[in-house]
Structures are given as structure tokens and as C-alpha cells.
Design a protein around this ligand. Sequence first.
Ligand code: FAD
Length: 403
Amino acid sequence: MSRPNAEHIHDVVVIGGGPAGATAAHDLAAAGHDVVLVDKQGRIKPCGGAIPTKAIGEFAIPQDQLVAKAHAARIIAPSGKTVDMQIGNIGYVGMVDRDVFDPFLRERARQAGAEYIVGSFKGLEHNPDGTVTATVADKADKTHAHRLTARMVIGADGANSAVRRAAFDKAKQPPYVFAYHEIVKSPQGADPARFRADRCDVIYDGRISPDFYGWVFPHGEHTSVGTGSAVKGHSLREATRALREASGLADCETVREEGAPLPLKPMRRWDNGHNVVLAGDAAGVVAPSSGEGIYYAMLTGRLCADAALEAIATGRAGALATARKRFMKEHGKVFFILGMMQYFWYASDKRREKFVTMCADPDVQRLTWEGYLNKKLVRRDPLAHLKIMVKDTAQLLGLARTT
Ligand SMILES: Cc1cc2nc3c(=O)[nH]c(=O)nc-3n(C[C@H](O)[C@H](O)[C@H](O)COP(=O)(O)OP(=O)(O)OC[C@H]3O[C@@H](n4cnc5c(N)ncnc54)[C@H](O)[C@@H]3O)c2cc1C
């Protein structure tokens, strides 16, 4: 049905040009569709910037976007005990700088044919013909607002999504921890026992985080050091100061101090049943336990683009729900397990200590790296799973030694 004042109708308007939105816009444009990508720009996304091998391959991330590669992780317990987890030959953790990575993704979408508007999303209007109009305040010309009418809108505007607030009940907001980090200049000639440029340190300690973990992620010239928590009153700044002290980064120059919410549970519904679907942090898709969100944002951006196209092609708005369905089919089990792990192992220092002990097990290390880097639950290795389960149970029941 045509509209009375016949504005141009785009196929899809994507709000938010982070990893989720830029991927959605890229895929839609590359497939020859009429897509507008909107981002307000102006703020570097606070982020540790660690991405798995799978993200690099699946989303064709060029090597020059990786400012560092980590080949191991050091896991640190409340007692100070450390376990080094070498990756071996199955991949590496790539490090991206979000002040470079996000503009690269947006530019890639633009080159594929997406129209790009720098502006801030303000609201949605649902039109009688089933289309939807997004109002966007232009960043450069404060007196100008774009009215962008489309068959579908993808909300990829991050953890505080304004599209989510406009299209869903306000109570429908994923639970989150607040994550804070400091970007510091990486030390020269550091003591490798405290800091290594090719190693990610992950600190499980109630003083650093009573319900999450702390990290030191080297990015070449810079390093991200920080922590997260949902516990009110826990000082993330003081915890970060302690982390810097312990890893020999106390005297390094501070480049930025910043924080943001980290949603840790996919929403039960990502679409409004008509013409809006959410991707990435806006839909709450960050892995519990690890806080990994970049790969999942890119993946859900892609799945939302597919779902929007299917809904347009078939005229069946119900197709929008396939984004969440496909995601949960592939990753729902892992998210559930990671949620249980966070709930159980991050509950006390006694359990954290046991958790770190468990990480010394070569089978645990292999399955952890396979799971993180390649997003595989290694089904072909039932014996290793069985061994881990037995050891796990022994730890839980206190039958195994923790030192
Ligand atoms: C401190 C911290 C450390 C983290 N470390 C890691 C890590 O090491 N590895 C990892 O995988 N994940 C990490 N994460 C999570 C990861 O950063 C997010 O999951 C990921 O950025 C989500 O991508 P997104 O595209 O959904 O949202 P975002 O990256 O938040 O992008 C949203 C985009 O929307 C735009 N926007 C927002 N509002 C509007 C509006 N009203 N109008 C127009 N545009 C708008 C913003 O400018 C932004 O570009 C970390 C998060 C935090 C807070």
C-alpha cells in the first residue's frame, strides 16, 4: 500500500553503528538492499576489545585491525595463585581498538552501499501502511531532523538502547553489570611475571569484583585494565587502582577512564511483532561469565539483517523472530552454562580459588579455548567432558586439593 505523502521508503533503517549495526547495514547493502545506517558518533565505546579467532574469520576482520594478539591467558586466584592457559595452535585472541574498529566497520558498510547519517535517534512512529518512521536529529545541523521511513528498523544502539525504549515496554531491559576500565600506556620492559604484551590476565578476586572479574588486556601501545560488578557500593575505580598496582601499571600514563553497562542476558523477545528488531547489546546479547559481546553483536546484527529481509520478502512479520530463534539454537546452551558458571563460581573467594585450580587441568584449558575461540562445544571428545565433570564434582564437594 502506498503512503499518502509518499516519502521515500527504505528497506531497513539501522540505528547504531557499533559492531551489531554496522554488520547488519553492511550485509543488507552488500545484498543490494536500500539501507540507512545511523550513528551518533562522538564517544569511543568503552571496551576491552578482545575478539576470538571465529570473529576474525567469519566477519573478514583484516589483520591490520588487530593491534595485538594474545597467545595465553593468566588466571589469577584470590590467594595470588596463577594458572597460565596457553592457546597452542588453535588460534589467538585478537585485540581491536574501538576508536579505529567501529569507524572501519561503518565505512565498510558505507562502501558496500549503505547510506550513512551521523545523528541521534529520537523516536519512532508506526504508519498505517505498516512502515515505520525513525526521527534522527542531525549532528552537524542542530536545526535539522531526518525522518527516515522504512519497512523495518534494526535497533543496534547499545546497552542503553533508545530504540528498545521506544518499541518495547520500559520494564523490558536486560540485567547488567557495570564495567569500568582505564586505558593506560603499556609499560616498556615490564617484569613478565606481572605483565606480558601477548597475554591476557583475568583476575578472580572478590576485592576486585564480588560478582564478575577484573582484566588486564594489552593492546600494543595501550592496555585496558578494568573490572565490572552489579553490586552497588563496590568501587570499580579503587578495584582498578589495585589491579594496576598488582600488574605493575600503577605508574603508566592514563589515557582514558570510562565505563558502561554490560548486559548479561538475551531478552526473551528481540522483535515487536511488526517492524522493529533489536541486535547486540540492545537485545542483551553479551555472554555471561566472560562479558564477551563483540562477536555476538556482529552475529546478531547479521541474523537481524537476515530476519528483516525474510520479513520483507514474505510479508510475514513473524519472520523477525527467527533472529533470536537461530541465535539461541546455536548459542543458547553455552549462554545457559556460562550463566550458571557465573552464578556458582563467582559467588565467593573460596569458589573462585577452586575455579582457578580447575583451570590448571589441560582438558579444561583445551575445551575452554575451543569454546571461546571457535565457539565450539567439543562434542567429539566425550571422555574429556566426563573427566572434567568428575573433577568439577570433586572440587564442588571439596574432595580435591586446591593447591
Ligand atoms: C568496559 C567494557 C569492556 C568490554 N570488553 C569486551 C571485550 O574485551 N570483548 C568483547 O567481546 N566485548 C567486550 N565488551 C562488550 C562489548 O563492548 C559490547 O558487547 C559490544 O560493543 C556491543 O556492540 P553493539 O554494536 O551491540 O553496541 P555498541 O558497541 O554499544 O554500539 C552502539 C552504537 O550505537 C550508537 N548509538 C547509541 N545511541 C544512539 C542513538 N540514540 N542514536 C544513534 N546512534 C546511537 C553508538 O554511538 C554506538 O556506536 C566490553 C564492554 C565494556 C563496557
